[in-house]
Design a protein around this ligand. Structure first.
Ligand SMILES: C[C@@H](C(=O)O)C(=O)SCCNC(=O)CCNC(=O)[C@H](O)C(C)(C)COP(=O)(O)OP(=O)(O)OC[C@H]1O[C@@H](n2cnc3c(N)ncnc32)[C@H](O)[C@@H]1OP(=O)(O)O
Ligand SMILES: [Co+2]
Length: 141
C-alpha cells in the first residue's frame, strides 16, 4: 500500500527558531515560506531535502491537534511520518478492515500538498503517528 516517504513532520513551538536550526546547524538551503493551514490547526514550513521533506508544524489556534504533543514535549519533536498512497479511500478502507483507527471523521482533508490526507492513530502503529497522503496525480508509485 505505502509508497514514497513524502515528509517527516516535526512539531515546534517556533517555526522561526526551527528554520534557523535546519539552516544554520544542518546547512539546509531549500526552505519554503511558512503558511497557515487553519483547517488543520497548524502553521507549516517545508524544508526540502534531495529525497524528501521535513514539515515543520507550529500550533495555530486553540484547537490545534498538536497542543497536547507540545505540552508533553515543550521543545518540540518528531511528530509524524507521511507516506504517499495511490488511492486514499482504498487505503482507508483496507486499514479499517485490518482494525486500524482512522483519526477524525475518517473523511480525508486536503493537506499541505493539495491532495487528500488521513491519519492513523499511533496506538495502532507502534507509537508512530502515520499520515497517508494521496500521491499528486501522475506521480503514483
Ligand atoms: C498539514 C498536514 C500535512 O502534512 O498536510 C499535517 O501534517 S497536520 C499535522 C497535525 N495534525 C494531526 O496530527 C492530526 C491527527 N492527530 C490527532 O488527531 C491527534 O494529534 C492525536 C494523534 C489523536 C493525539 O491527540 P492528543 O495529543 O490530544 O491525544 P492524547 O493526549 O489523547 O494522546 C493519545 C496517545 O497518543 C500519543 N500521541 C499523541 N501525539 C502523538 C504523536 N505525534 N506521535 C506518537 N504518539 C502520540 C499520546 O502520547 C498518548 O499516548 P498514551 O495513551 O500512551 O499516553
Ligand atoms: Co504532515
Amino acid at each position: 500500500m505505502i509508497g514514497r516517504l513524502n515528509h517527516v513532520g516535526v512539531a515546534t513551538p517556533s517555526i522561526e527558531a526551527s528554520v534557523a536550526l535546519y539552516r544554520d546547524m544542518l546547512g539546509a538551503t531549500k526552505i519554503g515560506t511558512p503558511f497557515d493551514m487553519p483547517a488543520q490547526g497548524v502553521r507549516v514550513c517545508f524544508v526540502d531535502l534531495p529525497n524528501s521533506q521535513i514539515e515543520l508544524i507550529e500550533p495555530l489556534g486553540d484547537a490545534s491537534p498538536i497542543h497536547g504533543f507540545l505540552a508533553k514535549n515543550p521543545k518540540g519533536g518528531q511528530h509524524h511520518v507521511c507516506f504517499e498512497v495511490e488511492e486514499i479511500l482504498a487505503a482507508r478502507d483496507e486499514l479499517r478492515a485490518k482494525g486500524a483507527t482512522i483519526l477524525g471523521t475518517g473523511e480525508p482533508r486536503i493537506g499541505a500538498h493539495g491532495t487528500p490526507i488521513l491519519f492513523i492513530h499511533p496506538k495502532d502503529m507502534g507509537g508512530v503517528l502515520i499520515e497517508l497522503m494521496e500521491s499528486p496525480k501522475g506521480e503514483g508509485h
